[in-house]
Design a binder for this molecule. Structure first.
Ligand code: KPL
Length: 327
């Protein structure tokens, strides 16, 4: 194994393992993959494809405290948003200068900060691939690739297009269709808008995404969409398919956000959203990365966002209660 083709995957949750195992089981030449977590994972890992096939792979594993000797060609940071900067801090001193970093986090919190701090090219990725860890089926050694999606990659400052093209080609060849884009900031905010309209509500009421279509939840979603649309208009973020600065404040833009959110609710009706899964498992949630940037933008533009504020307050209180009474 050489540096040339080695991908370090830091944060081997469902997404990290999906990327790692897709790369490792890709037709030759498959890149070498090292899964790096807080604890060492079993070497033998399996991936259940959306068609139900099981792909097996032996991957190298390591921990943040005992990093591999082989330097990476690229590092994928796939931790939850709230853990990304701490993981980067542990990792950065051990990376050769100029090592490319790919950030796979939800929201828009750590991406600008790490893009400034990292000593090398930084790409951001956003994906609609569906994956979960199935501990019952595979213990600690498997991930289920639940549904195909699309991955978009790019740098916040629009640089490193060649690297983004190369990464998109590598991911696509591994069965994760990917495209390099010049407007990843827009794309990250678009996903954040969807997450903000769905995740805090389903986590608060402990419901599946599809239940948002019914009363009493539907009007709550509409209220959140209206607040999010106003904030994003002020930030110059347009919904997919709607372009132009003037379009931002228009009825067309609000309809664009509504269409996007309800399309995702429909498409993921049976899902328990990631924030609900975190709440049910007693884990921290990504509320800071999702609601934090929206509330900061609302404050900067002097816009009221009472419903988003209330949802953020509740999630923050839950976090405080969790840290006082860890189970
Ligand atoms: O991305 C998601 C999540 O669960 O975090 C959505 C789109 C809300 C699907 O469940």
């Amino acid at each position: 194994m050489t540096r040339r083709d080695t991908h370090w995957i830091v944060g081997p949750g469902a997404l990290g393992r999906l990327i790692g195992l897709r790369l490792a089981t890709r037709a030759a030449p498959s890149p070498a993959v090292i899964l790096i977590g807080r604890r060492r994972l079993p070497v033998e890992q399996s991936l259940v494809t959306p068609r139900g096939e099981t792909l097996e792979a032996a991957v190298n594993t390591a921990t943040l405290k005992a990093l591999p000797a082989i330097p990476p060609r690229v590092v994928h940071l796939t931790t939850k948003a709230y853990a990304a900067e701490e993981a980067h801090l542990a990792l950065a001193p051990h990376l050769p200068v100029g090592t490319p970093l790919v950030l796979w986090q939800n929201g828009f919190g750590c991406q600008p900060r790490l893009s400034r701090r990292h000593d090398g090219p930084v790409l951001c990725a956003t994906t609609t691939e569906g994956a979960y860890l199935d501990d019952k089926a595979a213990g600690d050694s498997g991930v289920v690739h639940a549904g195909h999606g699309e991955t978009l990659v790019g740098a916040l400052d629009g640089r490193h297009a060649e690297l983004a093209d190369e990464l998109a080609a590598t991911l696509s060849a591994a069965g994760l269709p990917a495209r390099s884009v010049a407007d990843i900031r827009q794309r990250l905010w678009q996903k954040l808008a969807v997450n903000a309209a769905i995740n805090p509500l389903v986590a608060r009421f402990r419901i599946r995404n599809g239940q948002l279509r019914d009363r009493p939840f539907r009007p709550m979603v509409e209220t959140i969409i209206a607040e999010v649309a106003a904030i994003l208009a002020a930030e110059g973020i347009t919904p997919p398919g709607v372009t132009g600065v003037e379009a931002n404040a228009s009825a067309e833009a609000i309809e664009g956000w509504r269409a996007l959110v309800w399309r995702v609710v429909e498409g993921t009706a049976g899902n328990r959203a990631s924030m609900l899964q975190d709440v049910l498992a007693g884990r921290p949630t990504e509320h800071d990365a999702i609601l934090g940037p929206l509330l900061a933008a609302a404050a900067a533009h002097r816009l009221a966002a009472p419903h988003l504020t209330e949802l953020a307050d509740r999630l923050r209180e839950r976090e405080l209660a969790r840290s006082r009474n860890p189970c």
